[in-house]
Design a protein around this ligand. Structure first.
Ligand code: CP
Length: 322
């Protein structure tokens, strides 16, 4: 693997899921693989899971790990080409990336959508600079439009909870990505990415969201979109809960009159659906305490699988470097 910024960087999805599950059984099976090599984890935005799971994964492979919480610890970065830097910005992103090239064998970066300019976000204005200037493989730790390490962990988690290989289960699982309420405009990366990766899995994917909240068609393509949550959840095997703001009226939050928070009552018409969320979650806004803490939740398992998702990807990239 030469880089990892979307599902299209994965040659064989089933193979990398299998590899991640093998790593989960024996996480320290490749402790020599990254010896003498360094990964830089650059965070332009906050993180708990991505930061820690990536660090664990890299350490399990014997990599040296440099973590830079750039927003808090580095110089104020300039992103605009040709900028006259006589204001608040101190270091141009191009120079920062050139320096990271000197220190790192892999550069991983988190760069969220700014949610101000649809054009900048859709065109990945920051990730594209890393892809352009990095001389080493680039890994996305979540960008403006995608969260591929999360999506791979989601595929791993669904695989663990559905017996794809048993002949007795002769149907695809019904997976529902459902919009949930939130108090502020949230980016589309997790929803987009989940749709993109689930389209590559052997599942029946349905997306449920209120009118005005359809995701970018470039990610959902021909996936069925239902604007009634109860109808969409019927007979679901997996429910993925996530908020996102409007894409068409970019970053707006059109009013939603119905209640979309996932509760135990809403699980009643499902096929005892397993509940997923990438975290962090706003309890009793996106989903209720009873769902979060209930027996249907596989949310912490999903968070644990972030380690094996990252480790499988770093391992494949190291294969390319050796
Ligand atoms: N799910 C996820 O990416 O969590 P963090 O934002 O805490 O890294």
């Amino acid at each position: 693997m030469k880089k990892f910024t979307s599902v299209s960087d994965v040659e064989n999805l089933q193979e990398i899921i299998k590899k991640a599950l093998q790593i989960k059984k024996n996480p320290l099976s490749e402790t020599e693989k990254g010896k003498g090599k360094t990964i830089g984890l650059v965070f332009l935005n906050s993180s708990l899971r991505t930061r820690l799971s990536s660090q664990i994964a890299a350490q399990n492979l014997g990599l040296n790990v440099l973590t830079l919480n750039a927003a808090q610890e580095a110089w104020n970065l300039e992103f605009a080409d040709g900028a006259v830097m006589n204001g608040d910005t101190v270091e141009h992103i191009k120079d920062a990336i050139e320096v990271l090239n000197q220190y790192c064998d892999i550069i991983a970066v988190r760069c969220f959508a700014g949610m101000k300019s649809k054009e900048d976000d859709v065109n990945e204005s920051i990730l594209s600079q890393f892809e352009q200037h990095a001389k080493v493989p680039v890994v996305s730790l979540e960008s403006a439009t995608r969260h591929p390490l999360q999506s791979l962990a989601d595929c791993i988690t669904i695989t663990e909870n559905w017996h794809f290989d048993k002949l007795s289960v002769n149907r695809k699982p019904k997976v529902v990505l459902t919009w949930a309420p939130h108090i502020k405009p949230i980016a589309h990366a997790v929803g987009n990415s989940f749709a993109e990766w689930m389209r590559e899995m052997d599942v029946e994917l349905v997306i449920a969201n209120p009118e005005g909240y359809d995701l970018d068609k470039n990610f959902t393509k021909d996936v069925k979109i239902i604007h009634n949550q109860d109808e969409a959840l019927k007979d679901a095997d997996f429910i993925y809960v996530k908020n996102w703001s409007s894409f068409d009226d970019y970053a707006a939050m059109p009013e939603v009159k119905e209640s979309w928070m996932l509760t135990n009552e809403k699980l009643e018409n499902t096929n005892q659906a397993k509940v997923m969320h990438c975290l962090p979650v706003r309890r009793n806004v996106e989903l209720s305490d009873e769902v979060m803490d209930g027996e249907n939740s596989i949310i912490y398992q999903q968070a644990k699988n972030r380690i094996f998702s990252a480790q499988a990807v770093f391992s494949e990239i190291l294969d390319e470097l050796s």
